[in-house]
Design a protein around this ligand. Structure first.
Ligand SMILES: Cc1cc2nc3c(=O)[nH]c(=O)nc-3n(C[C@H](O)[C@H](O)[C@H](O)COP(=O)(O)O)c2cc1C
Length: 451
């Protein structure tokens, strides 16, 4: 009998519940966490909570620059190095996957291959790599301006190919066979990769053997045309910004087609939108938390957000004035994230919203993430609707409003999904690859033709 399709669920380890006025209220009432955000206690606590709920993984986004005046709480862009942080969580947990974010735009691939394989060994097969090409930060590495999205993806393909070849360059069997290269035993040999490409020269082999459970699963974030192509080529999952169900259906169908065009299964790339949820015991409490999380976003800040995403200036327009397609800047103008710019463009072209409507959209105030506000029952039903409509294969949980909102998600909502057969009630595997139900053939990637 065919098993019922199940959700994949991860938890973001960014303190998203502290945005806006909620943090102040949590401090005043003593209900917030009083743990130092740069000690590991808070994140270990969250990872253990997520493991008790049998989640697939915890996940840490990352940036390589400090955005001192970022929207929301001041520590949003200040964070521990995600791979180091997850390594210390590995010691404190047993089953949950650990997905770190590492940019392909500013790191050497040999170092990255070794760090990820190290996390994989130290966690016994639980590491995952969220591959990003970065939204900024080039000033911290070079005097050159930020490369275009297309160029960053070209480099990302070469980079990821090298990392995968390095992982394959020292097979686990070779370790078992005694470590040394031996003539006449070709499939046990440790081999150099001799890579010489447009961006990198790497001789190899890696100085660390592969883990016997297979390579770390690959995640990707970015859904422009180049981003989708990259995801369809290499990724096991995509962390997606999906503001509404129709956008999810479009992205998932497109990725399924692109995966098949690359000779992969249509199910190869799991679509995991960020789910920014405000859960409370009553709808009105949930709505209140949602409003507090957005209260600091004045109209000026929202207009600045539209300017930064799209290059569109709404200065001087009244809230009830309509925004139409002819007001949009040329689509070929460079933008920070093509994904976010395209989502907002599409909304304007399809809906011709008023300025007021536009300024309250998730694309403008919440990095285009799906926002769900209500009781456990409300948000669970919304998740089931999206899942059954084919708008996603799971979610990355971004808790909003309070830690209680996260507790309700992990301790009530997730178990109820499990009761309905839509999520596991116990771990059946030990590795992230097993949690995500990745077919073993998908682990064998053939990058040589792309690099
Ligand atoms: C949902 C989402 C999450 C992202 N997370 C990160 C991140 O944690 N760190 C980072 O440097 N870039 C992140 N990015 C940026 C992407 O890796 C990429 O550089 C950017 O979106 C440009 O790609 P695009 O042209 O496909 O939009 C994220 C993008 C999206 C859409």
């Amino acid at each position: 009998m065919k098993q019922k399709r199940q959700l994949s669920i991860g938890l973001s380890l960014t303190a998203t519940w502290k945005k806006g006025d909620n943090e102040k209220q949590q401090k005043d009432t003593g209900e917030g966490d009083d743990l130092d955000p740069f000690s590991n206690d808070l994140f270990v606590k969250l990872a253990k909570m997520a493991e008790r709920a049998k989640l697939d993984f915890v996940f840490k986004p990352d940036a390589l620059f400090l955005q001192a005046n970022g929207q929301g709480h001041s520590s949003r862009f200040a964070s521990l190095d995600p791979t180091l942080m997850l390594t210390s969580i590995a010691r404190e947990t047993e089953r949950i996957g650990l997905v770190t974010t590492v940019s392909t735009s500013f790191n050497p691939p040999y170092i990255v291959a070794r760090q990820l394989q190290s996390l994989h060994w130290l966690s016994q097969g639980r590491a995952g790599w969220n591959i990003v090409t970065s939204l900024g930060g080039s000033e911290n590495f070079t005097s050159e301006p930020m490369p275009s999205s297309e160029e960053r993806y070209e480099k990302a393909i070469e980079f990821t190919g090298i990392v995968c070849k390095l992982w394959a360059s020292y097979p686990y069997d070779a370790l078992r066979a005694g470590g040394a290269a031996s003539e006449g035993n070709a499939d046990r040999r440790i081999e150099a990769i001799h890579h010489s490409g447009k961006y990198f020269h790497v001789e190899g082999p890696l100085n660390l053997p592969a883990h016997p459970s297979g390579t770390p699963p690959l995640f990707q974030a970015g859904a422009s045309d180049s981003g989708r192509n990259f995801a369809a080529l290499v990724a096991d999952a995509i962390f997606a910004s999906i503001p509404d169900m129709a956008s999810g259906i479009e992205l998932r169908e497109d990725l399924r087609k692109r995966a098949v065009a690359h000779g992969r299964s249509p199910d190869a790339v799991r679509v995991l939108p960020g789910l920014y949820f405000f859960l409370a015991d009553t709808r009105s409490e949930a709505q209140e938390m949602f409003e507090k999380a957005h209260a600091h976003l004045t109209p000026e800040r929202r207009r600045a957000s539209v300017r930064s995403i799209l290059g569109l200036d709404l200065e001087g327009l009244s809230p009830d004035q309509q925004v139409t397609a002819d007001m949009l800047p040329d689509a070929s103008e460079p933008v920070r994230s093509r994904t976010h710019a395209d989502l907002l463009r599409k909304y304007i072209v399809n809906r011709q919203p008023t300025v007021g409507e536009l300024l309250s959209r998730p694309e403008v105030v919440n990095s285009a993430h799906w926002v769900a506000v209500g009781t456990v029952e409300d948000v669970m039903q919304e998740m089931i609707t999206w899942f059954e409509a084919g708008a996603m294969d799971g979610v990355i949980a971004l808790p909003g409003g309070s830690l209680h909102s996260l507790e309700l998600f992990l301790e009530e909502l997730v178990p109820r999904l499990a009761e309905q057969g839509l999520f596991r009630s116990e771990y059946t595997g030990k590795t992230l690859r097993e949690h995500l139900r990745i077919e073993s053939a998908e682990g064998e990637r053939h990058f040589s033709k792309f690099t």
